[in-house]
Write a protein that binds this ligand. Structure first.
Ligand SMILES: Cc1ncc(COP(=O)(O)O)c(C=O)c1O
Length: 414
């Protein structure tokens, strides 16, 4: 591979129309990426292009239907590359992560017996907790909880072996926390769970914009992400090992395909979104240069953006330490930046999280406050009834100047 130039977000920002938005004459500062990212023009063009072209439902023996099937096939190949799946029919599209997780959890639960056990974690978004709690309740299955260390908000993976036994059927684990940014060692977790005979489902919704996914290296059984968190459309994408997708019974209507991936794709897909999915994977690949296969370029791209994002994290953490009354949750050790995404949950003495978000919003700086569905995280930190935390999330289209702007704004509130 040829040496890449240092990552520069400025030419990329020009590709994102929404990043040009002005609020009261000042360029908007989007630090709400963990809630949803903006999209490049190529994604907008692909989506509107599909609608403009003339589409149809899938499977018909005529031009527009064949075109739709080509769009779907291309999106499956694109996601196969992004996830490093073995084959395109290990990729399943759906409305969002939550819906796909409800679908797969229903199907898995049918295989459970009363007295079986499953494990969920306190670091997860509720979309990877509630579907499992409800399925466990339906089937008389015991739920065990993998805790995190409140000091640095990383999973206590060393306690996982104590939770696993021959009755464990599933581990549902987040790849990275959408609240505090900690990255989990999902590969090690999968290894431990598999040794006990349990299946592993990874929620990679928050991790996906920040790091390289390799389902074969993790050896997870299922993994789900949502393209709107990584510069694409509102579509969820499930990876499942072929044998599992094939063997499990899907809740589907009778005429729907009986083979993966179609049997899991209930109803009619958002084909314009699938066009956008391909476009966003191609956009990400461009960040990795021009040489090599799409997967090879994605590998390069995610390495580059990760290094760049770590520089934003470093700048943020150094600056945050200088703001009186500002507390950062999660990993703050600048030697451990590769163990976190550039997503920071913070509190500011004397201000409720809502007041901080409102004040920053008035300055054109977009951040979330509250629990952002990381209900278990906030509960564990004792903050659920106290308004949660302010979440400041960077990604590769954010700049060092934006880091400085949010820090200056926080300092000015005091
Ligand atoms: C870590 C994580 N998991 C799951 C979800 C739910 O994703 P979706 O909106 O696609 O259902 C989110 C959304 O914020 C998330 O951040």
């Amino acid at each position: 591979m040829t040496q890449q130039a240092p990552f520069d977000p400025m030419p990329l920002r020009a590709q994102f129309p929404a990043l040009q938005l002005e609020v009261d004459g000042k360029t908007a500062v989007y630090l709400d990426g963990p809630g949803g990212t903006q999209v490049p023009q190529s994604v907008i063009d692909a989506m509107s292009g599909y609608l403009h072209h003339g589409g149809s439902n899938s499977g018909g023996p005529f031009f527009t239907s064949r075109y739709t099937d080509e769009i779907t096939d291309a999106a499956r190949l694109a996601m196969m590359d992004l996830y490093n799946a073995r084959r395109p029919d290990e990729i399943v599209f759906g409305q969002n992560m939550t819906s796909l997780n409800f679908s797969i959890s229903r199907a898995l639960a049918r295989t459970w017996q009363p007295g079986d056990e499953i494990i969920v974690t306190r670091l997860d978004h509720d979309a990877n907790i509630s579907p499992w709690l409800l399925a466990a309740e339906d089937r008389g299955v015991t739920v065990r909880w993998l805790d995190f260390d409140p000091a640095d908000c990383t999973l206590r993976l060393e306690t996982l072996p104590e939770l696993l036994n021959e009755k464990t059927r599933l581990l549902a684990i987040t790849y990275a926390s959408n609240a505090v940014g900690s990255i989990s060692d999902v590969r090690r977790a999968a290894e431990l769970a598999h040794k006990a005979g349990a299946l592993v489902l990874v929620d990679s919704v928050h991790f996906a914009p920040h790091g390289l996914i390799d389902v074969q290296a993790i050896d997870c059984d299922f993994l789900i992400s949502s393209a709107y968190k990584y510069f694409g459309p509102h579509t969820g994408i499930l990876y499942g090992k072929y044998e599992l997708l094939d063997g499990l019974m899907a809740y589907k209507v009778r005429p729907a395909p009986s083979k993966p991936a179609g049997k899991w794709e209930t109803g009619t897909q958002s084909f314009e979104s699938l066009a956008g999915v391909t476009a966003v994977v191609n956009y990400l690949a461009t960040l990795g240069g021009e040489a090599g296969s799409r997967r090879e370029r994605l590998v390069q791209a995610m390495a580059r953006t990760k290094t760049y994002e770590m520089s934003l994290s470093l700048r943020f953490l150094r600056g945050a330490a200088q703001v009186p009354g500002l507390h950062v949750y999660g990993i703050t050790d600048v030697e451990r930046l590769d163990e976190r995404t550039p997503t920071f949950a913070v509190s500011l003495d004397g201000f409720s999280p809502e007041a901080v978000a409102e004040r920053l919003g008035e300055l054109g700086i977009f951040v979330w406050h509250g629990h952002y569905y990381a209900v278990a995280v906030m509960d564990r930190l004792g903050l659920l009834d106290k308004g949660g935390l302010v979440r400041i999330g960077f990604n590769h289209y954010n700049t060092a100047d934006e880091v400085d702007q949010v820090l200056a704004a926080l300092a000015s509130l005091r």
